[in-house]
Design a protein around this ligand. Structure first.
Ligand SMILES: Nc1nc2c(ncn2[C@@H]2O[C@H](COP(=O)(O)OP(=O)(O)OP(=O)(O)O)[C@@H](O)[C@H]2O)c(=O)[nH]1
Length: 315
């Protein structure tokens, strides 16, 4: 047997947690090399949005979103919602991001306590890494204090960190090492996604796909192939302050019949609003700015059978 054949392949899910601005998105992007995974086809194993895939010869690491943790009022609320808990229970490994240029605060400690509970009474504890992010921003002695504080906060909460690892996504320090460590905790198994799902597609295609997916949520049986989504235009709103940009994204959602229009729009527009709010966060991640999403539902009669329409809709 060759060395190649004898090598183990690992695959599995990871999520990053941490307070807002802890550097989770930047780290995700650094790990996946700036490429975006199409989120439309979710494997049955997870109900959560895929943020990125790390594809290597020996492994596939799937980074998923942790809904709810972005909002401090959720994080610091009486209890984390069920969705966050179920995310944690589904992933194979967790990384908590603690920015090196800020001290370990009450919010972090609260989160560490919550994380500690995951492993209480578990025979095989889930690996939970502490990731000291943004280390390019601090001097070595400050970093040392930060790492000690992380260690202490873990000990206080009864959480045994798998490792404490300092990284900088911006300076590309130890990002590969982090990938190795995360991957080392994954179970053996084949890639769960075809590599082709990592994409360099134009942003418009990704955005259209995200909205199409959100529009199909819950009505897939009624409207299996009848929805086409076209991004009409994306323009930066003029006269915005430099530090508060806003991009207007105008999108047409095409259905084949009037009756389908009603399904998409929902009672008093409720479904359409839901589609907007479900997809906006992902679109903002792709574009890197806040967006105003302007969704219009239109009927393109029997578009699937009309070559002219199909061309217009990008098929
Ligand atoms: N210098 C430096 N800045 C970083 C690094 N990682 C992230 N940042 C900056 O820190 C800020 C927050 O980073 P994000 O990756 O958006 O943080 P996040 O945890 O995803 O934030 P939320 O989406 O609010 O939860 C951004 O301005 C980043 O540019 C790093 O390694 N070094």
């Amino acid at each position: 047997m060759s060395a190649e054949e004898g090598r183990v392949h690992r695959s599995g899910f990871a999520c990053f947690v941490g307070r807002p601005n802890a550097g989770k998105s930047t780290l995700t992007n650094a790990l996946v090399g700036g490429k975006i995974a199409i989120t439309s086809s979710k494997p049955q194993t997870t109900r959560h949005a895929i943020r990125g895939l790390v594809n290597r010869d020996d492994a596939q690491l799937i980074l998923i979103d942790t809904p709810g943790l972005h909002k401090p009022h959720t994080l610091l609320g009486e209890r984390l919602n069920a969705l966050v808990r179920s995310t944690w229970s589904e992933v194979d490994t967790i990384g908590m991001c603690l920015p090196a240029n800020e001290s370990v605060g009450e919010g972090d400690k609260f989160l560490i306590k919550e994380l500690a509970q995951i492993n209480q009474g578990r025979r095989n504890p889930k690996p939970i890494f502490a990731i000291a992010t943004k280390i390019d921003l601090v001097k070595p002695d400050k970093l040392r204090d930060h790492l000690l504080a992380i260690q202490q906060a873990g000990a206080d909460a009864g959480l045994q960190w798998q490792e404490i690892i300092p990284v900088s996504a911006v300076a590309d320090e130890q990002v590969d090492l982090l990938a190795d460590l995360l991957i080392g905790t994954l179970p053996e198994g084949p890639a769960l996604y075809p590599e082709g799902q990592l994409t360099d597609e134009p942003e418009e295609t990704l955005i259209a796909e995200i909205i199409r997916e959100a529009a199909l949520e819950g009505v897939r049986d009624e409207l299996p192939h009848s929805i086409a989504v076209v991004v009409d235009e994306m323009v930066a709103r003029p006269d915005r302050p430099k530090d508060k940009p806003l991009v207007d994204v105008r999108v047409n959602v095409y259905v084949e019949r009037d009756s389908q229009k009603g399904i998409i729009i929902g009672k008093q527009g409720s479904r359409l609003r839901q589609i907007g709010s479900d997809s906006r966060a992902q679109i903002e991640k792709i574009l890197g700015t806040p967006v105003f999403l302007d969704l219009h539902v239109k009927v393109a009669k029997d578009w699937q059978r009309d070559p002219k329409q199909l061309r217009k809709l990008g098929f």
